[in-house]
Structure formats: structure tokens, C-alpha cells
Design a protein. Structure first.
Length: 357
């Protein structure tokens, strides 16, 4: 039976880049059924919730979700449950998408676009594995309150050993398919959760003796990422540290428009896992609707979908090579060029990738 993929383009540049990525997905896998659903501001505008029931049931019967991005300035300041971003919050929570994989690659020819010296980022290829459903973003109590006339606020950082173990296993497994080098990032000199984190990662490491595992404190990791980024292969860390470090790693490439991500859950088996695949960037309201956004992140997210949810490594690698060749041939979208007349549009860049498949 044909696999169904839920395609949720969302808002802003989401539809432009997601349609480009879905076309490439359908090109390499004509057997896959891509079914579109509403999520984000585009759903709210129709008087529905950010994640309508129909979209949720589409996701329920799909092998994976190809997601664009959600968010619109009109909703700034509203409570989370009334904002477009609530769609993503619900999907991550309800499908328990605990493992966020963010590959960071600098394609040959793009070294000069990085804010670091070209020699430092040449050939850069690392993955940040971020725990996505635990830690300080979800722990309770989490509130603002007034005690004895003084305002205060509390967030709670909590991790249970099984939560650390499952993300550690994802990272060790991934490291095994790469250079067999894992860096676990924590703050064990201060935080109890980090001491638990390090203990569990070390215990899991006993099952992966072929993978070398080092531990870095988060402040040092932040420094080393810009000092010698080439040192890293797979980095695993908890939710908040991962949020910050993965954005830091993202700027190494020079454009957020090149960075894909996968969020994997508990459903399925390795290679056939249910997951949500999306660009790291947002809806980019400043360039939306002009066919100038870089579709690379969305196209590479589709490649990750093939690899992790459809067990199709061959086509995933094929797409990644086509993107690499497209950059090597000099194709560039607007954010990379000074003279706008030389830039390729979203659709022209996607066509250039498709032509190399
Ligand atoms: P953003 O990532 O949308 O934009 C930041 C900058 O990067 C902008 O200058 C934008 O033009 C540029 N950019 C982003 N993607 C690009 C691409 N593919 N090609 C070329 N340039 C690109 O971040 P923001 O401005 O902070 O957020 C805008 C909206 O997106 C907000 O409503 C925010 O909540 C939402 N958002 C959604 C997600 C998501 O859906 N996962 C993630 C981040 C932000």
C-alpha cells in the first residue's frame, strides 16, 4: 500500500519552500501519496484551531509529516494556544517527538558565506541531537507568582533516566553511521539533572564501545563550536542547551535557509520511524510571497524524511548530492548574492536541484 505523507506547508515562506520539496519527494518516489493539510495562521484565519482535527487525523494515518513553518506577526502577543506556533507544540507533544536532529553542513563553495573564517568551516558536517520533550521547557511548577508582595517566577528542570537513555541511544546509533564520535554536552559542575545526564550517557555508552564519547560543559561547548567547529561530529544535549547550541551551529553555514531538521518519536522502528521534518528557520515574513526564499532546508528535510521514515537511504543521498552539485555549479538564492539579478528564485533553485536527480 502507498505510504501517505502529511504535507503541512503552514505560513509565510512555508508553502513556497514546502511545495518545492514535496515536488522533489514525488519525483524520486512517485509511489508516495502527499496529502496537504492546514496548520498555523492559515488554519486560524479560517476560524479553525492552529491544528484542525482534519489535519491531526491526516497525521495519524501518515508515515511522516513534511512541515513548512508556522507563525505570523498578527498573532504576536497572544497566548500560545491562540498562536499559529501552537500547531507545532501540539504535534511535538502528542506524537512524543523527543529526538530533534539538526544536521549542519557547509556546502563546497559556500565557505565564504559563514561568519567564521572559511578555513574553519570548510567541509563542516556535524549533527546536533537535541532532547525535545523534557527538561526546563516542560517541567512543573512553571509559573509566575507573588509571594509576600514580591513577584517571582519559577521554571523546573527535570529529567528522568529513561528520557536521557532514549535520546542517548538515538545519538550513539547516529554516531555509529558517521565518524563514531559523540560529544555529550551538560553542566554537571552545577546541575543535578546534568549529573544524571552524564551518568546515563556513560552507561548507555557501554553498549556502543565502538563510538568514542567525550563530555563537555555547555559553556565550553559554545566556545568550541566557533573556535574549532570541525572537531564535532554528533553532539547530544538536553532541551534548552540544544536550543541554543543548534542555533549557534546554524549560523556557521551562513544562511538559515540551508538547514533541515527531523523530529523523531517513539512510533515505528529505525528507518521506519514516524517523524516531523521541517526547515530550522521560520516563516520569514520579510520575504514571504516573493518566490525568493531558499528551498534548500525544505528539500533536505524531505531527504531526511526518506532516510528516517521511509527507509530509503538511496534516494535521500541522491537528493543531498543533487543539492551539493547545485551549489558547486554556482547556483545561489537571493540571501547569498549582492546583485539580486544573479539570484535564482525559489522555484528556479528547486528546478536546478531536480535537473540533477
Ligand atoms: P525566521 O527564521 O523566519 O527569519 C529570520 C531571518 O532569516 C529573516 O531575515 C528571513 O528572511 C531569513 N530566512 C529564514 N528562512 C529563510 C529561507 N528559507 N531563505 C532565505 N532567508 C530565510 O525567524 P523570525 O523572523 O524570528 O520568525 C518569523 C516567524 O516564524 C515568527 O512568527 C516565528 O514564531 C516563526 N517561527 C516558526 C518556526 C517553525 O515553524 N518551526 C521556527 C522559527 C520561527
Amino acid at each position: 500500500m502507498a505510504e501517505t505523507i502529511a504535507v503541512l506547508p503552514g505560513d509565510g515562506i512555508g508553502p513556497e519552500v514546502t511545495h518545492a520539496a514535496a515536488a522533489i519527494l514525488r519525483f524520486v518516489r512517485p509511489d508516495v501519496r502527499c496529502v496537504e493539510g492546514l496548520a498555523g495562521a492559515v488554519a486560524l484565519e479560517r476560524g479553525l484551531g492552529a491544528l484542525p482535527d482534519e489535519t491531526r487525523s491526516l497525521c495519524d494515518r501518515s508515515a511522516a509529516i513534511l512541515f513548512g513553518s508556522v507563525g505570523h506577526p498578527d498573532y504576536d502577543g497572544k497566548p500560545l494556544s491562540e498562536r499559529p506556533e501552537f500547531a507545532l507544540f501540539l504535534l511535538r507533544r502528542d506524537y512524543e517527538l523527543f529526538a530533534n536532529l539538526r544536521p549542519v553542513r557547509v556546502f563546497p563553495g559556500l565557505e565564504d558565506e559563514s561568519t567564521l573564517k572559511p578555513d574553519l568551516v570548510r567541509g563542516l558536517d556535524l549533527v546536533v541531537v537535541r532532547e525535545l520533550t523534557g527538561g526546563i521547557y516542560y517541567g512543573t511548577p512553571k509559573e509566575q507568582r507573588c509571594i509576600d508582595g514580591v513577584d517571582e517566577a519559577v521554571d523546573t528542570m527535570i529529567y528522568r533516566a529513561p528520557e536521557v537513555e532514549r535520546i542517548a541511544r538515538v545519538a550513539f546509533e547516529l554516531a555509529r553511521t558517521r565518524k563514531k564520535r559523540l560529544t555529550s554536552v551538560d553542566k554537571q559542575n552545577i546541575l543535578e539533572t546534568s549529573r544524571l545526564w552524564r551518568r546515563v550517557v556513560e552507561r548507555v555508552g557501554l553498549d556502543y564501545r565502538d563510538v568514542s564519547c567525550e563530555h563537555l560543559l555547555v559553556d565550553n561547548a559554545a566556545m568550541q563550536l566557533v573556535r574549532r567547529p570541525g572537531h564535532f561530529d554528533v553532539i547530544v544535549t538536553e532541551n534548552m542547551f540544544g536550543d541554543i547550541l543548534s542555533d549557534e551551529a546554524a549560523i556557521l553555514t551562513g544562511s538559515i535557509g540551508t538547514l533541515p531538521s527531523a523530529s523523531l518519536g517513539t512510533r515505528g522502528t529505525p528507518g521506519k520511524q514516524f517523524g516531523l521534518y521541517e526547515p530550522v528557520g521560520g516563516t520569514a515574513p520579510d520575504i514571504a510571497g516573493r518566490n525568493v526564499a531558499n528551498p534548500t532546508a525544505a528539500i533536505l528535510s524531505a531527504a531526511m524524511l526518506l532516510r528516517h521514515s521511509l527507509a530509503d537511504d538511496a534516494n535521500a543521498t541522491r537528493i543531498e548530492r543533487a543539492v551539493e552539485e547545485t551549489y558547486a555549479a554556482g547556483a545561489r538564492t537571493a540571501e547569498f548574492v549582492h546583485d539580486a539579478s544573479t539570484a535564482l528564485s525559489t522555484t528556479a533553485f528547486a528546478d536546478a536541484v531536480a535537473a540533477r536527480l
